[in-house]
Ligand binder design. Sequence first.
Ligand code: ADP
Ligand code: SF4
Length: 673
Amino acid sequence: MRRNPRYDILFEPVRIGPVTTRNRFFQVPHASSTGHELPNIRTGLRSIRAEGGWGVVCTGYCSIHPSSDGAPHRYSRLWDDGDVRNLSLMTDAVHEHGALAGVELYYGSSQGRNLYTRETVLSPSGVPVNTTSGVPLQHSRAMDKSEIRSLRGWQVDAAKRAKSAGFDIIYVYCGMRFGPYQFLSRHTNHRSDEYGGSLENRVRLLREMIEDTKDAVGDTCAVAVRFSTDELMGPLGMQWEDEGMAALELVGELPDLWDLKTFGLEDSSNSRYSEEGYQEPYVTHAKTLTSKPVVGVGRFTSPDSMVSQISRGVLDLIGAARPSIADPFLPNKIESGREDEIRECIGCNICYSCFHESVPIRCTQNPTMGEEWRRGWHPEKIAAKKSEDSVLVVGGGPAGLEAARALGQRGYSVILAEAGEELGGRLLTESRLPGLSEWIRVRDWRVDQINRLPNVEVYLDSRLNEDHIMEFAFPRVVLATGSTWSTALADRRNASFKIEPVVNILTPDDIFGEVQISGTVLIYDYDHYYLASCLAEQLALDGLSVIYVTPADRVSNWSEFTHDQWYAQKKLLDLGCRILTGRYVPSFDGEVVRTECKYTAQVDEIHVDSLLVVGARTPNLELYEQLLLRDEELKDAGVSTLSRIGDCDVPGAVVHAVYSGHRCAQEFDEGLA
Ligand code: ADP
Ligand code: SF4
């Protein structure tokens, strides 16, 4: 197929200083939680984007000197020649696929704590280190002039190492309150020398670092500046329309490229609270302030939105972190007229959570992300089938859909049987909750792919029992029957325990089903992810009086890692929900909920109309267990393997179900004679 001429503009080459990118698709720097410790995984997950057609592929943040380490998170570094060798694995692989390689050099200042190197943290004015995560307060030391000269030298040394590692684009990082940004912002720079005071003085270090870097490597490498245009804190931080634009204008012509994005809560914003293109207000007019190319982000997955950004003069290059993670082959799909096959990012930020949890990046939509080297998985290719066995997949949620799709891609003859009238499993109901509409893309992409595979047949309205499975007599059976939310409560042992059946106790399955509730509902959340707060939001919007109780100290505690915790808590407060944190629910008698303080053990009683428990789930194993009981009959019917995947194996998040389905397909032939 051929590219739609409407998208030609996206494939124009763009000159960036001394180098030229083959098109406008730019994988901007993003954390991958691999760093110098896992160079092969890093190489795999970066170079796959080059193979998929991105014109530029960048590292994540890369430290220039031991006085700025990224611990406890994984970070890249260019401190010595060993690091050069380590990173050249990536540049070689990126170049092999015709893309430019970029490196995001950074100096963290008081945004870091130097937990690994134990070096003194240096900053413009000796401000406290970043304490938003609740770490004990510790100050950085104000840099004297010789230390500022040293910092400039470290940037130059790292830039030279970057050049010898093969990088084409070398960054000066002036954002996220790192090094030069702390000098730039009047909120963190209280100096009285020529580096403090007026904006011209505060921008001095940035100017010097750009000039130094250009002098050192600018003959063959482009020098880019990543700049946080707005800290989204109003007058308490940098604002685009205030000093953001003014600062950019002062040094607008110095670098070869501007990479613009916001900083703060809306940086990598979760789709619960933002839409595609959400950063535009914070980069608008940038191109009137510089003649140099501008790259920006906004979770772009639609080629029409990308074209609009360029033709309206907002951006020159389409920056992407998450859309390139969810679909490394996004550019190639547009190039070959297959834009309807793009696996669109759902904005869930599971990828981001991996940075916080210090594990290599994972993605809900793309189960191969982070597994390119370790398991040899590829987002577009998969080994051909190794037998003529036909496969019966039972259950069309994320796990069953992905297994059926990938087995079909391998060439197996597959039947996917789903009890409901539609495919999608939990995605069908959950994506109807406030803010989760993009999650249905997990189903939509897979259903579309399955519809293109003549060897995969779908049976809807087909709740299979043991007899049906015997009748099918397929040699390979995969159960993906999901899980059921439980009414079990949890107490201070952090254990969930079943209670005697009582009236008015509900689970999310009841809310998604036929059960109608009214009056006062108490939601007990010990799942700690998005579902309880989404349900609270929905029920409050439906007019119920909502009380949210959790043993954690915040609403949707784990969602801190996916960038929506703050919004979830704010939303419930705005909607007038009562929030009780640090409390267990040890009992309920159908009318009265007892809540117990996890610190003092003090018990309170609350009268409610219903208790909604969002806690544990139990795998739907009835079918599996019945089949095991009829082991011999199964064998006689010709069923040689029976496996279970997704939530019916171990209940988890959608990312785990998709991964489980994909792994089933990848390893389908293993262990067979
Ligand atoms: P997962 O996240 O593991 O994919 P889901 O709960 O989202 O799990 O999906 C499980 C799907 O399996 C649901 O759509 C459900 O209707 C379907 N299902 C459960 N039991 C059967 C069965 N016996 N026959 C066919 N489909 C089933
Ligand atoms: Fe997008 Fe979620 Fe994948 Fe991240 S994990 S790239 S937000 S789909």
